[in-house]
Write a protein that binds this ligand. Structure first.
Ligand SMILES: O=C(O)CCC(=O)C(=O)O
Ligand SMILES: [Fe+2]
Length: 353
């Protein structure tokens, strides 16, 4: 029996007589909801046993360094989230509880325009380092409500606003009304919900890095992919550290050195392409000179490997300036409709509140 079928057999049949929440794996019961007016629906907090699994995450330095190639610096936790049970439960939880988008956009390159359909589901939370969510935001995102989404005790998400990270002064945004719109006028940034913030805090402890953004990809089958790119945008600053988690189906993560003048000089002849078969629960920290010099991708899979179950990828990053916030919401939320996992039909479904 394949590993996947074993996991399905273990989690596929919920235990009878326990309170069960639609979309949650097995007998998991949420411990409350994160709410915010920019969320399309309240987002469940982690069941206690997943919180416990993340709290017991690897100690700093537990990862294996991969730095034996020019300009490459990876730290590979294999796994980070214990597998199969915790990693697979976290996969099912996040697929069921997060809003997803299928972003489309137009590009113009060299006078030619093209319409791009992102070949995977995406979502994003966070705000760049020039701003933060007010104290009311953190209480709103930790609201112990029972699912109505309205919060409790008057700590409604209406009090949540964005403030300057240094002065604490309120940042004038599209949603805050009254006067000239100055910042974040295209998208209302969303605080990282509790369920992903627990993983963010765990990753910060394990890596010693700071993260203020969480990007999520859902590859529903082998037909979904991400093409070769590097996460080297200027708004991440030089030598960015990116923590990348894998949950669900195993997919190959390919890396190759960027072509460049150095290669012609022979310096990078030794840089061989890399293939990491990322499994559920794995985490790869990419840091140092990696983004400036290497490309990475998740190629499509075909034939018998195409329908091998979905995979979620979560990356934590630190955007330094406001342009990063707009860029991330542009390409991971966009202007299209919201989708949510339908656990009966086992597919993403348009969310119509
Ligand atoms: O899915 C993955 O492992 C990689 C995702 C990625 O490279 C990205 O979101 O920038
Ligand atoms: Fe990437």
């Amino acid at each position: 029996m394949s590993k996947k079928r074993t996991i399905d057999a273990f989690f596929g049949t919920p235990k009878p007589k326990k309170t069960r929440v639609e979309g949650l794996a097995g007998d998991a019961v949420p411990t409350g909801y994160s709410t915010h007016r920019a969320y399309p629906f309240p987002i469940a907090r982690l069941p206690a046993r997943l919180s416990a699994a993340l709290a017991a995450a690897p100690a700093p330095g537990a990862g294996r360094a991969i730095a034996d190639q020019p300009d490459l610096d990876l730290l590979y936790f294999e796994p980070y989230v214990p597998r199969p049970a915790a990693a697979d439960e976290l996969f099912r939880f996040l697929r069921a509880e997060l809003p997803f988008y299928r972003v489309e956009y137009d590009i113009r390159r060299g006078g030619i325009s093209a319409h791009i359909r992102t070949p995977r589901w995406t979502t994003v939370f966070g705000i760049d380092a020039t701003s933060r969510f007010s104290a009311a935001a953190s209480s709103a995102t930790n609201t112990e409500s029972t699912g109505s989404g309205g919060g409790t005790g008057g700590e409604g998400d209406d009090d949540v606003h964005i403030v300057d990270a240094h002065t604490g002064a309120r940042v004038q945004t599209a949603g805050s009304g009254g006067g000239i719109v100055k910042h974040y006028d295209k998208y209302a940034p969303r605080p990282i919900p509790g369920c992903l913030d627990e993983l963010r805090r765990s990753a910060e402890a394990a890596t010693g890095c700071d993260f203020n953004f969480c990007l999520v990809n859902y590859y529903e089958s082998g037909a979904d992919s991400i093409s070769y790119h590097s996460d080297d945008e200027r708004f991440l600053g030089p030598r960015p550290a990116i923590a990348s988690f894998s949950l669900g189906a195993r997919r190959d993560f390919l890396m190759k050195h960027k072509p460049g003048p150095e290669q012609k000089q022979g310096k990078n002849d030794a840089a061989k392409p890399l293939k990491l078969p990322l499994a559920s629960g794995d985490m790869v920290l990419m840091r140092g000179p990696t983004q400036a010099n290497w490309l990475h991708s998740i190629p499509k899979r075909s034939g018998k490997n195409e329908q091998d179950g979905g995979r979620i990828n979560i990356t934590f990053r630190k955007a330094m300036v406001k342009g990063g916030t707009e860029n991330y919401y542009n390409y991971n939320v966009g202007a299209g409709p919201v989708y949510r996992w339908d656990s009966v039909n086992r597919e993403m479904k348009l969310w119509n509140p």
